[in-house]
Design a protein around this ligand. Structure first.
Ligand SMILES: [Zn+2]
Ligand SMILES: [Zn+2]
Length: 339
């Protein structure tokens, strides 16, 4: 094989995309090398582009929605084989030794790494990943669909399946976008009475096609009273990063309901505590999941027919593709593809 490859890097905060040639990296102990076939562009890649991650070191190759194939294996890797199809996601590995890891809660590792932030990610032809951070891609799931499942997919799938909601409960997904269009599909297929909430009528038909039983137009109607007509939501998955809109959802919860927030709005939330107290409801964050959670996400998706809606761009169009994501024009996930 060639010993040089193409990579897209950022070399300073706010810097432009640079297409560079690098040596193909060799996997160290406990690592694998992945030949990247597709890599999703996630809104979180902004932390590398704009330099808003503490301790970030440049140059950095972003990308944590990777679908590809293992093409080399370092020492002390037992579980993976050359040629195996794998994904690499946001969770970039854990130390196995901190208090959380000793309890088996690897996603909460005090020294966890983030792919494409703490080490170079998937905007390149080959990447190195810790063996603990790769997930097996099931069956013939295409690499360009596997990629978005490794961050957007696992985030909403894992949030919903751990939410405590039970079959038949009202579960609302706020925002039909990059996360939300997957959230609606998962909520429906997990057996929830599924509500999609978005501004305007534009996305109503799509939301219903994705599986929503109900659609609430947040421009035309009062979201809270519409949710209360359904008995209140056991869970509201808030995927639209608007602090005022999210804050206003609390009153739409049922007793003991949860407002689940897996995406970060720029502004702090402003929430009255009385309705939380009176209904024993809560506002909780959700943080991604491990590689095994991502594998579960892909397996559930393949089993139940969940698909990300993607726009594909060849790798050397990274600057155009990133802008498409950044300006919110994509429907709904942008994916770089490699020859
Ligand atoms: Zn992401
Ligand atoms: Zn740990």
């Amino acid at each position: 094989m060639a010993n040089k490859m193409k990579a897209a890097q950022i070399s300073k905060a706010g810097g432009d995309w640079e297409l560079v040639e690098r040596d193909v990296p060799e996997p160290g102990v406990g690592q694998v090398r992945v030949k990247v076939e597709a890599c999703g562009i996630c809104h979180s890649d902004v932390v590398v582009k704009d330099g808003i991650w503490p301790g970030l070191q440049y140059p950095r190759v972003p990308g944590h929605e990777v679908g590809g194939r293992i093409d080399a294996i370092g020492d002390n890797v037992a579980a993976w084989q050359q040629g195996q199809r794998v994904g690499v996601g946001w969770h970039g590995g854990h130390d196995f030794t901190c208090e959380q890891c000793r309890r088996g809660d690897f996603a909460m590792c005090s020294n966890r790494k983030v792919t494409g932030v703490d080490f170079d990610g998937g905007y390149q032809e080959y990447m190195i990943a810790p063996a603990s951070a790769v997930a097996a891609i099931p069956g013939d799931l295409p690499a360009e669909e596997a990629g978005p499942f490794m961050c957007a997919g696992v985030t909403v799938f894992n949030a919903l399946r751990n939410s405590g909601a039970r079959a038949g409960d009202v579960v609302a997904v706020h925002g039909v976008g990059g996360l939300g269009h997957l959230g609606v599909q998962y909520a429906r297929r997990m057996g929830f009475n599924t509500v999609a909430i978005n501004r305007g009528k534009d996305k109503e038909e799509l939301a219903r096609q994705l599986g929503a039983h109900h659609y609430i137009d947040a421009n035309a109607t009062d979201v809270v009273s519409e949710l209360q007509k359904l008995g209140g939501a056991s869970v509201i998955l808030a995927t639209a990063p608007s602090a005022p809109a999210i804050s206003g959802l609390v009153d739409g919860l049922a007793a003991s309901g949860k407002l689940l927030v897996p995406a970060v709005p720029l502004e702090p939330l402003s929430i009255s505590v009385f309705p939380l107290m009176a209904k024993r409801s809560s506002v909780v964050g959700w943080y991604s999941g491990t590689a095994k959670d991502s594998q579960d996400t892909m397996e559930f998706s393949a089993l139940s027919g969940v698909h990300p809606m993607i726009e594909k761009y060849p790798f050397d169009q990274v600057a155009v593709a990133y802008e498409q994501m950044h300006r919110g024009r994509a429907r709904f996930r942008v994916v770089l593809t490699f020859d």
